[in-house]
Design a protein. Structure first.
Lengths: 196, 373
């Protein structure tokens, strides 16, 4: 079995057996498959790319092709215990509205994203004078799907403005988890668990 | 090989029924023409019902008795294909109202000894499904591992899952919809009017005549055939190319290749299809609105379902466009059903589901195998 991406592993570790889960932007269904195999969870997924959806279906997962920006409105209120949005927030047209949808559909929401304030990115921008191209953000300015870059501090203040609570936060650099101290400067990725 | 005469190629049977039709009529006896491929396993857990489209029939993977053409879904059904008779027991039943051996307007009314013609009751998609359930009872198949169909076959698959949730483990719905739109009804009405405007139709009582309503039925087919193809597909295949001539004739012969093609489609169709069946089946499709019996709320048609669903649409299909599949998916989500949905890319319009579509096959194969099939 291929190991889960670290942010997905952090999310999987905190979802209890029997939970109802919607994975938005589920890719080929790696997290959903892990939740099924490790915890017997019958998760549901949404994914934009048809080939990824097909891959997930052939794994026996229930995944529908859809766009987080437009198709989350199709799900009833409170239909899931957890809505997950991993590495997708920064690709949406309206991250604010997507987050509202997540916390309408799910009682809680896991959101993970690459931290645009990590020191390597700051350096690349400050000294290179160019849009940063890094391990977690490998695209160039013109072909990047990441149209709404966000930093950990931006996200936290946004969550506060929106009136949601942070139930859990995890920070990652490479494969390793790290503490919350100076996370905005040091962490490559952040995972948040939010509640209405 | 099974010695059981109920299974095999080109089966016919007459059952007492009755089928309780939506119109209120109790229809009996009921004739069935069907084919099965492969063997039912010991615990009867490998049965796959294929539901056919408007003008298709039970000859999914064997030679058509009239046209001599190979089965209509050989890309999907056969050894090594997603639906595989070496693993699955595959059943396809000519729908009620059709003309390849199941009860329809051309079959004989035991009360009069004459063809039913327009005395055949108006049927619905749900009626077709209830009739199929009677045949499956006869075959001793309580539970279907999968019901699969494209177009009108997809409507039946959805209806199966809604009417008999405990009998359907999974449903695959391709290039289909949960209701006929005004545009869908409009095209069908053009076809029906073409048939009924043909003097040879004779109010439907043409079965004893030499003259048949072929012209009307051919026009109906031509109009419908346009809806099965995309504009892009038509342009690619025909463009404005002329048919076996150097220049326009300034007449009304089939100057353009597309005209010649449509005429050929119309003419070859009348050899294998009954005009009255075309009226009845298009009516059944027009009456189809799965949400209607549930206060207009489609999700209620699937409340509490444990069936696994897989929906596939094609981006160039304007007859049952992706938005219709998404409406179904939305309802299934609301019902909490395990549903998958993919829109595939194809230049071939609605007919794409009948053609080689490797990605569709990969998805269906994976979906079935994931259900331990």
């Amino acid at each position: 079995m291929i190991a889960l991406r670290p942010d997905l592993a952090a999310i999987a570790a905190h979802i209890p057996v029997g939970a109802r889960v919607l994975d938005v932007g589920c890719g080929d269904g790696a997290l959903m498959a892990a939740l099924r195999d490790q915890k017997g969870i019958d998760a549901r997924g949404m994914e934009l790319d048809a080939t990824n959806v097909a891959d997930a279906v052939t794994r026996g997962l229930a995944v529908v092709q859809g766009d987080a920006d437009t198709d989350l409105a199709d799900y009833p209120d409170d239909s899931f215990d957890y809505a997950i949005l991993s590495q997708t927030l920064q690709t949406t047209r309206r991250p604010d509205l997507v987050l509202d949808q997540l916390l309408r559909i799910g009682k809680q929401a896991f959101v993970s994203f690459p931290n645009f304030a990590q020191w390597k990115i700051r350096f690349a921008h400050m000294f290179g004078g160019r849009m940063p191209v890094t391990r977690q953000l490998p695209h160039r300015w013109y072909d990047t799907p990441n149209i709404h870059h966000v930093t950990i501090d931006d996200f936290k203040s946004f969550v506060k403005e929106r009136g949601y609570t942070i139930e859990g936060e995890w920070y990652l650099t490479g494969e390793k988890q790290r503490g919350a101290a100076m996370a905005n400067l040091l962490a490559e990725h952040a995972v948040f668990l939010l509640k209405r | 090989m099974s010695e059981d005469g109920r299974f095999g190629l080109d089966r016919r049977t007459k059952l007492l029924g009755p089928v309780r039709l939506d119109s209120g009529v109790q229809f009996a006896p009921v004739e069935f023409a069907y084919e099965t491929y492969g063997e039912l396993n010991a615990d009867k857990s490998n049965a796959i019902l294929i539901c056919h489209a408007l003008t298709m029939d039970q000859y999914v993977a064997s030679k058509h008795p009239i046209t001599g053409k190979p089965g209509w879904w050989l890309s999907m059904v056969g050894p090594g294909k997603p639906i595989d008779p070496t693993r699955h027991c595959v059943i396809c039943i000519n729908v009620m109202g059709s003309c390849l051996g199941s009860s329809g307007p051309a079959s004989f009314d035991p009360g009069t000894g004459q063809p039913y013609a327009m005395d055949f009751p108006v049927i619905t998609i749900a009626d077709m499904v209830r009739a199929q359930a009677i045949l499956l009872d006869h075959l001793g198949i309580e539970r279907l591992a999968c019901v699969i169909g494209g177009s009108m076959g997809g409507m039946q698959a959805l209806t199966w899952a809604s009417l008999f949730p405990d009998r359907v483990q999974s449903a695959i719905v391709i290039a289909s919809t949960a209701r006929h739109s005004a545009q869908n009804i409009a095209f069908h009405e053009v076809g029906r009017q073409a048939i009924m405007a043909d003097p040879n139709w004779q109010g439907g009582n043409y079965y004893g005549s030499v003259e048949q309503p072929d012209a009307g039925l051919a026009v109906a087919r031509m109009a419908a055939h346009i809806t099965y193809m995309s504009e892009e597909g038509l342009t690619q295949k025909f463009g404005r190319q002329l048919q076996d001539r150097e220049s326009k004739t300034f007449g009304f012969d089939a100057d353009f290749q597309i005209e010649s093609y449509l005429r050929h489609q119309g003419l070859s169709f009348v050899e294998r299809f009954d005009a009255n069946s075309y009226l009845y089946i298009t009516r059944a499709m027009d009456y189809y609105d799965l949400a209607e019996d549930h206060g207009g709320v489609l999700a209620k048609a699937f409340q509490g379902t444990r069936t696994r669903f897989c929906l596939i649409s094609f981006d160039s299909d304007w007859l049952y466009p992706t938005i219709e599949s998404k409406r179904v998916v939305q309802a299934l989500n609301a019902a909490g059903a395990a549903a998958s949905f993919v829109e595939l890319s194809s230049p071939f319009g609605h007919d794409a589901f009948l053609l080689d579509a490797p990605e569709m096959n990969r998805i269906i194969d994976g979906f079935l195998k994931a259900g331990a099939l």
